[in-house]
Ligand binder design. Structure first.
Ligand SMILES: Cc1cc2nc3c(=O)[nH]c(=O)nc-3n(C[C@H](O)[C@H](O)[C@H](O)COP(=O)(O)O)c2cc1C
Length: 190
């Protein structure tokens, strides 16, 4: 696929076929992240590929957090439904990869490392798209929750989660939503 075609046709995929994602296919996509631009070659990104046990534990933690947010509202049936819904959403993602970056003590370096990690995610999504693998970047509440850090063994003083990447073969490719035209965002100076 031409790079320009990949850039234009890439979509965030939210509905996946249940088929598992072969490890070598996932690795091909992740390896594209290693070639993202990054200042001072800090290569700040880290990829945590969740196995089935951790995936299930994260789905359960997500349900717990949603139920905690509900407080004492809702009867047992409603709470059970919410749990099933919350767990089901996570379990419908065939493979989850958590992307983090190392927290540099210097504020400017940290900002650049965050930016570089976002570039890595874009590379990964485009490479995945090229091989027929769909992906969605999620920044849901669990990406910031202390329970996630504890569950995945991430030291929050040393690393920050940039997002969850949901991977799978697309069941549905959404229509692109209209974008601003270049004229709306470009300002030419003399
Ligand atoms: C930093 C970041 C966080 C995102 N978080 C979410 C999310 O939590 N949930 C979601 O449905 N999509 C999320 N997305 C995907 C965007 O919603 C998606 O890119 C946007 O709707 C445009 O669709 P497209 O990627 O198919 O062009 C995120 C994208 C980025 C860059």
């Amino acid at each position: 696929m031409e790079v320009s075609d990949a850039i234009l046709s890439r979509r965030s995929i939210k509905k996946f076929r249940p088929d598992p994602v072969p490890a070598d296919v996932l690795d091909r996509a992740l390896a594209a992240g290693l070639w993202a631009q990054n200042h001072h070659l800090t290569q700040p990104w880290r990829f945590i590929v969740l196995g089935p046990q951790t995936h299930r534990a994260l789905a359960a933690a997500n349900a717990d957090v949603q139920l905690e947010a509900l407080g004492s509202d809702g009867d047992a049936e409603a709470r059970g439904k919410l749990r099933a819904l919350a767990e089901g959403k996570f379990m419908s993602k065939p493979r989850i990869v958590v992307v983090t970056y190392h927290l540099n003590p210097d504020a400017q370096e940290r900002r650049e490392d965050f930016a570089a990690t976002c570039c890595a995610v874009q590379n990964i999504q485009l490479a995945a798209w090229d091989i027929g693998l769909g992906m969605q970047w999620s920044s849901n509440v669990m990406t910031r929750h202390p329970r996630t850090y504890a569950l995945l063994g991430i030291d929050p003083t040393a690393e920050e989660i940039v997002g969850f990447l949901y991977f799978g073969f697309p069941a549905e490719v959404p229509q692109a939503r209209p974008r601003k035209g270049l004229d709306e965002v470009r300002r030419n100076l003399p």
